[in-house]
Design a protein around this ligand. Structure first.
Ligand code: ADP
Ligand code: MG
Length: 262
């Protein structure tokens, strides 16, 4: 078999095996191997590296699309010195994602603007980067989705959907009161993940006030019981980061300083 038909066959084998990146890299890698006198295994290693890197990038992009994160934040973007009530060491430990192994939940409690969503998104991004299926939703979206599902006879499917991700972020619990159907949905999502897979939840209400968001205080109590059983809780206080930068900008303008870092 001539060299060129062997080359064509290798390319079509690679295409048949859906190794498109390797197929594309083949001519350049062959050249590189010839020019640098690489052995067979070195050549093969480099070619497979290209394919593995491309498969990983595709997988990560798929996980990223699926997760629906609302912003590009990572934990590294969080300014811990601006928020001393957040234990940096503990948050960094959570960033290693060991908490996913025993289905520990993370509860971020605090008033608006203190960085709850940013931290939740940072943990979610770490989880995506580690290759875990991750999903972000707000409590209001979860409730709306479950409501539609109930009307369209897809309740069970939707519940399975929320049971699936290795990490589920439920943002903004407590901003809006949840009617009994929404509370039932949230309760079922928490119950089916209980001791199986982690939830990162953010809320503006201290756990003592959870009765207020739900019509039935017993449901709130049962939900909290499961959430807190194996959990790490952050009580974040201090002033809103948005207000802080707003005030810094106002101060700077007053003093005639031209620009303030965001
Ligand atoms: P919350 O969810 O608690 O209302 P967010 O996470 O949405 O607050 O934060 C509000 C804004 O302030 C966002 O733009 C966020 O990036 C920024 N922010 C809050 N805390 C910090 C922090 N410690 N370091 C950097 N940015 C912060
Ligand atoms: Mg938020």
């Amino acid at each position: 078999m001539s060299e060129s038909s062997t080359y064509q066959e290798i390319r079509s084998h690679l295409a048949y095996l859906r190794m498109g990146a390797a197929a594309e890299a083949l001519p350049a890698e062959l050249d590189h191997a010839r020019t640098n006198g690489l052995g067979h295994s070195e050549f093969l290693h480099r070619l497979l590296d290209v394919e593995v890197a491309s498969t990983e990038a595709r997988r990560r992009a798929g996980l990223e699309r699926f997760a629906c994160l609302p912003s590009p934040w990572t934990l590294a973007d969080f300014d811990f010195s601006a928020q001393p009530s957040v234990d940096k060491k503990l948050m960094t430990e959570l960033g290693t994602l060991r908490f996913l192994e025993d289905a520990t939940n993370v509860l971020l409690i605090g008033p608006p603007g203190v960085g709850k969503t940013m931290l939740a998104v940072g943990l979610a991004r770490a989880s995506i980067n580690a290759g875990y299926r991750t999903y972000y939703t707000t409590a209001a979206d979860l409730a709306a989705r479950c409501h539609r599902a109930a009307l369209e006879g897809r309740w069970a499917t939707t519940m399975r959907f929320f049971a699936g991700p290795r990490l589920l972020v439920i943002d903004e619990v407590g901003y809006l009161p949840l009617q009994s159907e929404a509370a039932a949905a949230l309760f079922q999502v928490i119950t089916q993940r209980y001791l199986k897979s982690s939830i990162v939840m953010t809320t503006n209400l201290g756990v003592g006030s959870w009765g207020k968001i739900f019509d039935e205080p017993m449901v709130a109590a049962a939900m909290l019981d499961r959430l807190l059983h194996r959990s790490v809780v952050f009580n974040i206080d201090g002033e809103s980061y948005r207000m802080r930068s707003h005030r810094a900008r106002t101060e700077a303008l007053r003093k005639g300083v031209p620009k303030v870092k965001e």
